[in-house]
Design a protein around this ligand. Structure first.
Ligand code: HEC
Length: 140
């Protein structure tokens, strides 16, 4: 089902992302990606009712906007740009750090611990969204 969903959204997201390879993954990794997508779409982390996809539209495959007009980036290709330096925070962030920031900030919820099953699944899904993209350390 995940593959079918992604096959539908893939053409909208631009070149360089190859979700077809999902079928070649070992079942446990495929399940982790799938669970990560479910969390991204449904999990509230005990917060303000927002989900990841409330801001990162369509499972993170589309760009969005906050009420104040700030752009919310599409997350396709983003995992391949971490770790990155965020000047606003004056530190180098890993992808897991960024997930915790979004849960604590945007969702005002309890961030999943580094190394937890929840974090593992979210990172699996986010990395899946960069399938086929070259690493661009610190890039956009
Ligand atoms: C309230 C809106 C909102 C919610 C909800 C939200 N985010 Fe974000 N997210 C943002 C904004 C705004 C940015 C850009 C911040 C920046 O660049 O510093 C961002 C950035 C990111 C980035 C880095 C993008 C980049 O190009 O560096 C990732 C990865 C990410 N979010 C993942 C998530 C995940 C996973 C969730 C759910 C656990 C989530 N976000 C929930 C608003 C949100």
């Amino acid at each position: 089902m995940l593959t079918a969903t992604l096959a539908v959204i893939a053409p909208a997201t631009g070149a360089g992302w190859d979700p077809v390879a999902l079928e070649d993954l070992p079942a446990p990794l495929r399940q982790s990606v799938s669970e990560g997508r479910r969390l991204f779409m449904e999990e509230g982390f005990g917060g303000n009712g927002r989900r990841c996809t409330s801001c990162h539209l369509e499972g993170g495959t589309r760009r969005g906007h906050l009420p104040d007009g700030r752009t919310v980036p599409s997350l396709v290709g983003v995992a391949a740009t971490f770790p990155k330096y965020k000047a606003r925070r004056e530190r180098v962030l890993t992808l897991a750090d960024q997930v915790q920031i979004c849960v604590a900030g945007g969702i005002q919820g309890r961030p999943p611990a580094q190394g937890s099953d929840t974090m593992r699944a979210l990172l699996s899904y986010l990395t899946f969204l960069s399938q086929g993209r070259p690493i661009r350390l610190g890039g956009r």
